[in-house]
Ligand binder design. Structure first.
Ligand code: FAD
Ligand code: UDP
Length: 369
C-alpha cells in the first residue's frame, strides 16, 4: 500500500488533517503511540457515563465556521461551564463575576465591586503588570488573588505566580454581571455521547488506516523515507532529539473513581484553590451531560512536573521556552516534507477550537496551492 501522508498522532489536529486529506482523495496512514484514538479529548463510557479520560473538555468558540464544522461529527448539548471554587470549605462562583464579589465582600452593584478592586489594586502599587501575580491583582484585587488564584496557579504550574507569564490568567473572564459562564464565546457545549465519536468519524474513511501503539520514534528514519509527506503532532523538541535542550511541559496525574452514589459534588467542575489540597480540581463527569445514572464517576487532577516518559499536557509558554521553541521551529521550517501541528508540535496552549482552526489553515495551505 502506498500512502500520500503519514500522520503522527490521532488527536484532534492529526484527525482533522487526515479527514480533510481523505476527502481530497489522498491515502493516509495515522499512527498513535497510545492504545486509543482521539488524543487528549478521548472519552470512554463507564457506568453509562462519558468519562473525559484526560481532564474536563468543554468545547467553546466564537467562530461559527468552526462550530458548524465540529457539529458535523456530533450533536452538542447546551452545557455551560460554571465551575465553582472551594477555598478551605468556602464556595465561590467562577469565573470572577458579581456572584463572586458579592459572596466575598457583600457588594451588590458593579460600581461597588469596581471600587473595591481599584482600592486593592492601588494599595498593591501596580502600574504595569509584569507577571501573573501582578496581572491578577490588577484585574481582581488581592483578596481574590489570595483565595482563588495564588494557590491554584502555583499548584498547577509548579512555580511562583511572580515567575509566571501574565497571559495565563487573561484566559479567564472578569465580569461585572451576575453571570457564571466560564467562557465569553458565542457557542459552547459537550458532544452528546462523548468526544471519541468525533474522531472516530473523522478517521472512518476507507482511505485512512489507523495503527495504534505505534511510536514514531521506533522507526523515525524509515517513516521519513517511506512517506512523501508527514504531519507530526508530537513534541517538537523530541522530533529533533532535544538537540538544543528540553522544552518544559506541565504534566498531570488523573485519579478516577466510581462512587456508589448518585451525586457527589453537584457540579461538573470544582476547583480546590488552596495551596494544601494536592489536586487542583475534581471533575464529576455525569454533569457534563446532565446524567441521572445511579452511580457517579469522579476524577481528581494532580499537577506534576513533566519528566521524560510523562504525558506533556501543557506547554510552559514563558519567554525562555518560547525562545527555545523558536530554535526548533527554525529547524522545522527547513524540512520541506514535514508539517508540525497541534499543541505539542506548535508548543502552544491551544484549546480545541484553536486546534481545529490551525488544522484547517494547514489543510488550506497544503491543498489550495
Ligand atoms: P493531542 O490530543 O495531544 O494529540 C497528540 C497525539 O499524538 C496523542 O494522541 C499522542 O499520543 C500522539 N503522539 C505524540 N507523540 C507520538 C509519537 N512519537 N508517536 C505516535 N504518536 C504520538 N480544550 C478546550 O477547548 N476546552 C477544554 O475544556 C479543554 N480542557 C483541557 C483540559 C486538560 C487537562 C488538557 C490537558 C487540555 C484541555 N484542552 C481543552 C485542550 C485540548 O486537549 C487540546 O487543544 C487538544 O486535545 C489538542 O489536540 P492535539 O491533536 O494538538 O494534541
Ligand atoms: N486559575 C486560577 N484559579 C481557578 C481557575 C484558574 O487561578 O480557580 C488560573 C490558573 O493559573 C490557570 C489559569 O487560570 O492555569 C487558566 O485557567 P483555565 O481554567 O483556563 O485552565 P485549563 O483549563 O487550561 O487548565
Amino acid at each position: 500500500m502506498t500512502y500520500d501522508y503519514l500522520v503522527v498522532g490521532a488527536g484532534l489536529f492529526g484527525s482533522v488533517f487526515a479527514y480533510e486529506a481523505a476527502k481530497r482523495g489522498k491515502r493516509v496512514k495515522v499512527i498513535d503511540k497510545r492504545n486509543h484514538i482521539a488524543g487528549n479529548i478521548y472519552t470512554k463510557e463507564i457506568e453509562g457515563i462519558q468519562v473525559h479520560k484526560y481532564g474536563a473538555h468543554i468545547f467553546h468558540t466564537n467562530n461559527k465556521k468552526i462550530w458548524d464544522y465540529v457539529n458535523q461529527f456530533a450533536e452538542f448539548n447546551r452545557f455551560t461551564n460554571s465551575p465553582i471554587a472551594n477555598y478551605k470549605g468556602e464556595i465561590y462562583n467562577l469565573p470572577f463575576n458579581m456572584n463572586t464579589f458579592n459572596k466575598l465582600w457583600g457588594v451588590v452593584t458593579p460600581q461597588e465591586a469596581k471600587d473595591k478592586i481599584e482600592e486593592q489594586r492601588k494599595a498593591a502599587h501596580i502600574e504595569k503588570p509584569a507577571n501573573l501575580e501582578e496581572q491578577a491583582i490588577s484585574l481582581v484585587g488581592t483578596d481574590i488573588y489570595e483565595k482563588l488564584i495564588k494557590g491554584y496557579t502555583e499548584k498547577q504550574w509548579g512555580r511562583k505566580a511572580t515567575e509566571l507569564p501574565a497571559f495565563i490568567i487573561k484566559r479567564l473572564p472578569v465580569r461585572f454581571t451576575y453571570d457564571n459562564n466560564y467562557f465569553n464565546d458565542k457557542y459552547q457545549g459537550i458532544p452528546v455521547g462523548g468526544y471519541t465519536q468525533i474522531v472516530e468519524k473523522m478517521l472512518s474513511s476507507e482511505l485512512i488506516d489507523v495503527e495504534l501503539k505505534a511510536n514514531f520514534f521506533s522507526k523515525k528514519d524509515e517513516y521519513l523515507e517511506q512517506f512523501p509527506r508527514v504531519v507530526y503532532t508530537g513534541m517538537i523538541d523530541q522530533f529533533f532529539d532535544y538537540q538544543f535542550g528540553t522544552l518544559e511541559y506541565r504534566s498531570l496525574k488523573f485519579e478516577t473513581s466510581v462512587l456508589d452514589r448518585e451525586n457527589y459534588q453537584g457540579n461538573a467542575v470544582v476547583n480546590y484553590t488552596d495551596a494544601e489540597t494536592p489536586y487542583t480540581r475534581i471533575i464529576e463527569h455525569k454533569h457534563f451531560e446532565f446524567g441521572m445514572q445511579p452511580k457517579t464517576v469522579i476524577t481528581k487532577e494532580y499537577p506534576k512536573t513533566w519528566e521524560k516518559g510523562d504525558e506533556p499536557y501543557y506547554p510552559m509558554n514563558d519567554e525562555k521556552n518560547n525562545a527555545l521553541f523558536k530554535q526548533y521551529r527554525d529547524l522545522a521550517d527547513k524540512l520541506p516534507n514535514v508539517i508540525f501541528g497541534g499543541r505539542l508540535g506548535m508548543y502552544k496552549y491551544y484549546d480545541m477550537h484553536q486546534v481545529i482552526g490551525a488544522a484547517l489553515a494547514t489543510v488550506n495551505k497544503e491543498f489550495e496551492n
